[in-house]
Ligand binder design. Structure first.
Ligand code: DUC
Ligand code: ZN
Ligand code: ZN
Length: 457
């Protein structure tokens, strides 16, 4: 073997057990027994997890206030330190661009920078007939998921007919459609009323996007997908009202999936009231909700109404990007960092008794791999990529901005006392994080052409 991990406690969706892992040529060769190898890592007292898979990131994403702070180097570096070994990033089509042009742009951003493996979803912002035709060719190129927005009227928002046509194309070509579910008309109407009343501060963001704007769009998207008999994945579910719609749809049919994001498990709308305009750091869409929703989300993650936790890492700087909206909350770029914090913060759910260890790896790694066609990732078994995290379950530490590796100028969780740490991170058999240092190389990450959804669901 090239590498042997011994004395650790392996965590998979199927159970927790003590065994050695033998790794050869980037893959898991053997689990159990006493393999011999060129290097042995003693994982005594630590957990061995499949590397985290974050299927919702926005690296090097352009906007009117400039690009996100993290490119594919800093973003994937931060991911690795947090125990994530694969991301699926959103490649965003610019208006007038073909999907091929958009994708070659994203390949260019990632190719010589990513330190972990990556795939792309495509965000369709300009759904012309030609683009919808081109969409059919993407699954054969390893792009097996398409994202549409039901919000942001006048820019990315698409109408119901586009939703329906895209669902049909996805179903026929082996892709899954990811939906940002908020009623864009209702949000725009509420934004205008709030601004007319002089309510310009960050808290108005939550008032302009109440839970029903999310629940209505969620229900509509789920039913349109059902009409087209297509698989669907609702991104960033935040609240009880939307979870209820997902749960109802999952009872009706297969192929319905949904995620929440780390911040919706810990932050509330009250965070938008922070003084000094700091509430803008937490302007995320959909908006932050109430403490009671945290419980609902944890419960949904436990009973499988929700299957994934993603970071939705969109690292707009506070200084110079978020502050553009100082006098108008609608101008604050939506999103925040979290790629490095995700695994640790979800692990706090294990510490607090919200979820078990098996469920932790399932929602952070195994399920995202299964839903998005990463067939060699997300599990620890012979034949799988040796993407492995040696996790110290007992590490006590404080999560602070200065320790993180992202280029964002803040973290949502600054100062929180936490437990657990990704001690050693291994990507395709190579140790890339050890002793709190990066030991890999810039650009070592590989593009993963994902398998078609129809083969998996
Ligand atoms: N949707 C996302 O998925 N990320 C950031 C902002 C948004 O609206
Ligand atoms: Zn979104
Ligand atoms: Zn996002």
């Amino acid at each position: 073997m090239d590498l042997v991990i011994e004395n650790g406690r392996i965590v998979t969706t199927g159970g927790v057990f003590d065994a050695s892992i033998g790794i050869k040529e980037g893959r898991i060769e053997q689990i159990g027994g006493a393999p011999a190898g060129r290097r042995h890592i003693d994982a005594r007292g630590r957990l061995i997890l499949p590397g985290g898979i974050d299927v919702h990131t926005h690296l090097d994403a352009p906007s009117e206030v400039g690009s996100t702070a993290d490119d594919f180097y800093s973003g994937t570096l931060a991911a690795a330190f947090g125990g994530t070994t694969t991301i699926v990033d959103f490649c965003a089509q610019a208006k007038g661009q073909s999907l091929s042009e958009a994708l070659s742009g994203w390949h260019g951003k990632a190719g010589d920078k990513a330190v972990i493996d990556y795939g792309f979803h495509i965000i369709i912002t300009d759904p012309t007939e030609a683009v919808l035709e081109e969409l059919k060719t993407l699954p054969d190129r390893g792009i097996t998921s398409f994202k549409l927005f039901m919000a942001y009227k006048g820019s990315q928002m698409v109408d119901d007919l586009t939703l329906l046509k895209t669902f049909e194309t996805a179903a026929a070509s082996g892709a899954i459609v990811m939906i940002h579910a908020e009623n864009g008309d209702a949000v725009l109407h509420l934004q205008r009323k709030l601004l007319a009343d002089g309510k310009t501060e960050p808290f108005s963001h939550a008032l302009s996007r109440p839970p029903m704007t999310e629940a209505e769009a969620t229900a509509r998207a789920l039913m349109l997908a059902e009409i087209a008999d297509a698989p669907i994945y609702i991104v960033h579910v935040t609240c009880e009202e939307a979870v209820r719609e997902v749960a109802r749809a999952r009872k009706r049919r297969a192929g319905v999936f949904a995620e929440t994001c780390t911040h919706y498990l810990y932050l509330t709308a009250e965070d938008l009231r922070k003084p000094g305009f700091e509430g803008a750091k937490h302007v995320l869409s959909p908006a932050l909700r109430q403490m009671s929703d945290h419980k609902v989300l944890w419960r949904a993650l436990t009973n499988s109404d929700l299957q994934v936790v993603s970071s939705d890492h969109a690292s707009w700087l506070f200084e110079g990007q978020k502050t553009v909206g100082r006098h108008d909350f609608t101008q604050i770029p939506n999103g925040g960092p979290g790629i490095e914090e995700r695994m640790t913060m979800v692990y706090q759910g294990v510490v607090q008794g919200e979820i078990g260890l098996e469920r932790f790896v399932e929602i952070c790694s195994t399920n995202p791999a299964r839903i998005f066609g990463l067939t060699t990732k997300g599990h620890l078994a012979p034949g799988y990529d040796a993407d492995v995290v040696i996790w110290d379950p007992d590490a006590d530490r404080k999560l602070v901005q200065s320790d993180l590796h992202h280029r964002s100028d803040y973290t949502h969780y600054d100062g929180r006392e936490i437990k657990g740490n990704a001690d050693i991170v291994i990507s395709r058999g190579e140790v890339i994080v050890e002793n709190n240092a990066f030991t890999g190389a810039k650009g070592r990450g590989q593009f993963i052409a994902r398998k078609k959804a129809s083969k998996l669901l």
